[in-house]
Design a protein around this ligand. Sequence first.
Ligand code: NDP
Length: 446
Amino acid sequence: MADYDLFVIGAGSGGVRASRISAAHGARVAVAEEHKVGGTCVIRGCVPKKLLVYGAHFAEDLEDAAMFGWDVPEKRFDWVVLRDNVLAEVDRLEGAYTETLTNHDVEILAERAVLTGPNSVRLASGREISAGRILIATGARPLMPDIPGIEHAISSNEVFHLEQIPERIVIVGGGYIANEFAGIFNQFGTKVTLVNRTDVLLRGYDQQVVDRLMQISVRKGIDFKFHTVIENIERLDSGRLKLTMTGCDDIETDQLLFAVGRVPNTDALGCDAAGIEVAEKGAIKVDADSRTSAESIFAVGDVTNRVQLTPVAIREGQAFADSVFGGKPTRLDYGCIPSAVFSHPPLAGVGLTEGQARNKLGSVKTYTSDFRPMKNVLAGRNERSLYKLVVDGSTDRIVGIHMIGPDAPEIMQAAAIAVKAQLRKEDFDATVALHPTMAEELVLMR
Ligand code: NDP
């Protein structure tokens, strides 16, 4: 008999859910974690990032307060207070996740584990363990390109621990992390330059909505350098960094943040020993049941490089546990996954963009609402929101919703249900508006 029914490598979003549910189904489960229970999302991703977004937004809120009658004599921001409060909250959550696992009789092994065969792993301490099934949930890490001087740059791992807020920061990349931290640092008063290898930001999002983010970001003072690549990074005697670039003049900066994607954590994991096939960028190949090319080994979350989002990893972990230990075969439906970028202001999308719909469907209709939220009007903030519905012209079904504006991700979570349920434009039209809200625009587009 094996030591455990299930051995999970990695206690992040996918691994924790799979461990807990498998144990609830009666499996004997152990999980190995070399860093902290909670994984990227809780420890150095979604959660601390969102708290920084809240913290950053006070800069605008305090400015806007004056038109609402509030006298805020002097605003002063203390990074160390915010940083330490956020890190304390992360510690609290790590404790909560650990408690959930132990309450479900999942054994936590706080060390690295590597595969040694289809049913065995070895811990860093040397202990050999056998398991009926193994789940790989090791996540991904920031990609740091091979550039001279790259050791002077930081990634999203380090950004939560800065000693001080930099006067200037250069952020490389045009995706989620780059746009979110461009907004955060800009609100903290840092001079932000975003450097991207093309002129396409947030590929995959509706470009009309992305263009709106760029217009607003430029107005807020964020500088964009497109078709630009960093060739060399040099630490000057002043302590600043000198960046040599193709596509624009050299820049001096205090911090350099790379946000150019994430690579699956499969280095030295023992995939060969276990007979697991690995695809491009080290991603573990899996089938629709998250099974790898080894019968007894499964993989979920970012390590498979399917959709690098926390709720997807959680659903994959749940489907694995229910299928393998719960007697309830379940597969995740990857259609209509809503997503959001917590920029300033945030944007969100679900379903097909207008471009994707035009390529895929015969006839497409779009409806847009371009408006200034009433709070912005009174505050004198010249920042417009944009909502867009993409409709299949032949069936009237709403196939995509795309939004930028305050609270767009909150509104999108509810609106995504309608797209998932394949509701029609006439269902939106038949719904009475909830006034006065921003979200009412969704049912008022004609
Ligand atoms: P993204 O995949 O979002 O964006 C990567 C960006 O870097 C793109 O603009 C890409 O350009 C560019 N890029 C890729 N490779 C290079 C390179 N070698 N040199 C220069 N530029 C390059 O990655 P992030 O790092 O921002 O985030 C990683 C993942 O984490 C996201 O894909 C997302 O799944 C997840 N995430 C989700 C969040 C959320 O849900 N709100 C927040 C943060 C992260 P191009 O478009 O040309 O390929």
